[in-house]
Design a protein around this ligand. Structure first.
Ligand code: SF4
Ligand code: MG
Length: 323
C-alpha cells in the first residue's frame, strides 16, 4: 500500500511488514568513516522499502573490503573468490529468477581480475543490482594501485606514483553489448545514494551502479575536498532519471539535464573531469535478459531435453551400426 513519498526524492514508500532489523546482521568491521557503512545502511533500507523477503534475497561478493558486505546482511549471502561475484550471482539468478540478487564488488575485484566476468554479466543482462564500490585502491591488502587509481597515486606497488591511466568503469560499461542501466553516485550523499539504488532495484535487467567510495585509511585525499564541498558534484537530472526534490538539488554546484535514453550523451557525461557527474547515465528497459530464458529452461522442458538427447545419441548408434 502506497502511503507517502520519500522526504527528499520522489520515490514512493510503502507500509512495511519487514523492518530494518530484518536486513541487518552483526557489526560492520570497516574502518571508521569508510563509505561502506552508508552503502550498507542504504541497501538495507532499499530492501525494507521494497519489502524484499530476506529469505528470497541474496547478496554475492568477491574479495576486498566490500567482500564483507554479505556478512552484515540478514539475507542469504555468498562471499566468493576474487573477481567471481558476477558468475556466482548469474548462476543464482539463472536457476532462481524469483530471488532478489545483489552483487557487491570493488574496483580491484571487478575491474582487474573480474573484468571478463563484468563484461559478460552486462551482456547477459540478468535482473540484479551490481554495486561497484570504487575507492581507487586495494584497501584490504593495504594500499596497492588498483585499475581505477588516478595517475600518480602513491601506493605500495608504485611508491613514486602510478604511471598508467585508470579505467573509467562507467565509460567501460557504457561501451558493452546489451548494457541496460548505468548510474553513478557517491557514498556520502545519502539522498542520492538511496534514490540511485532504489532506481536500480526497480530496473528490469542488470543495473550497474558505480559508487564513488571514500577510503579514509588509504585514500584520504582522493575525495576529501569533493566530499566536504558538494558543489563539486554535478547532478544529472531528468524526469526519467534519478529525481531529487528541489531542497536536495540546491546542494549541487551544477545540474545538467540528461535524458538517460541517450547513450551518446551518456558517454560524453561519463568523461567529465572537472567534477563528479552523478545520476542515471543510461537506461534501456527493452534489452534481452538471459534470466528470462533460464526461467523456462532455455525454452525446453525436461521431457523435451531428454527426447532431444536420446535422438542425438540414436543418430550415433545408427551410424555406428551402418559402419
Ligand atoms: Fe573502508 Fe578503506 Fe578501511 Fe577498507 S581500508 S574498510 S575501504 S576505509
Ligand atoms: Mg578498492
Amino acid at each position: 500500500m502506497l502511503v507517502q513519498t520519500h522526504e527528499l526524492c520522489s520515490v514512493p514508500s510503502f507500509d512495511h511488514d519487514y523492518g530494518m532489523e530484518d536486513y541487518g546482521k552483526g557489526v560492520a568491521r570497516w574502518c571508521p568513516g569508510c563509505g561502506g557503512h552508508s552503502i550498507l545502511t542504504t541497501v538495507q533500507r532499499v530492501c525494507k522499502d521494497m519489502q524484499y523477503e530476506p529469505e528470497k534475497t541474496v547478496v554475492v561478493s568477491g574479495i576486498g573490503c566490500s567482500g564483507r558486505f554479505p556478512h552484515y546482511m540478514g539475507t542469504y549471502g555468498f562471499h566468493g573468490l576474487h573477481g567471481r561475484a558476477f558468475p556466482v550471482a548469474s548462476g543464482v539468478k539463472f536457476r532462481r529468477p524469483d530471488l532478489n540478487v545483489f552483487v557487491v564488488t570493488g574496483d580491484g575485484d571487478c575491474c582487474s581480475i573480474g573484468a571478463a566476468h563484468w563484461v559478460h554479466a552486462i551482456r547477459y543482462n540478468m535482473k540484479m543490482v551490481a554495486l561497484l564500490f570504487d575507492n581507487g585502491i586495494y584497501g584490504l591488502t593495504k594500499k596497492q594501485t588498483s585499475p581505477t587509481s588516478p595517475m600518480g597515486t602513491h601506493s605500495n606497488t608504485h611508491p613514486r606514483g602510478s604511471v598508467l591511466p585508470p579505467i573509467n568503469p562507467i565509460q567501460t560499461t557504457l561501451g558493452l553489448a546489451n548494457v541496460s542501466f548505468v548510474a553513478q553516485t557517491v557514498d556520502w550523499n545519502a539522498t542520492h545514494l538511496y534514490a540511485t539504488i532504489r532506481k536500480a532495484a526497480e530496473h528490469p535487467g542488470l543495473a550497474f551502479v558505480r559508487i564513488v567510495q571514500r577510503c579514509p585509511a588509504f585514500m584520504r585525499d582522493l575525495y576529501g575536498d569533493i566530499a566536504v564541498n558538494p558543489k563539486n558534484l554535478i547532478l544529472l537530472s531528468h524526469e526519467n532519471g534519478i529525481n531529487l526534490k528541489p531542497k536536495a538539488r540546491e546542494a549541487f554546484g551544477r545540474v545538467i539535464e540528461h535524458d538517460p535514453s541517450n547513450i551518446h550523451k551518456a558517454r560524453e557525461h561519463a568523461e567529465i573531469h572537472d567534477g563528479i557527474p552523478i545520476g542515471l547515465l543510461y537506461q534501456n528497459t527493452d534489452n534481452a535478459r538471459y534470466d528470462e530464458y533460464g526461467a523456462h529452461n532455455l525454452g525446453m522442458g525436461v521431457k523435451e531435453k531428454k527426447q532431444n538427447l536420446e535422438s542425438l545419441l540414436n543418430q550415433y548408434s545408427t551410424s555406428n551400426s551402418v559402419e
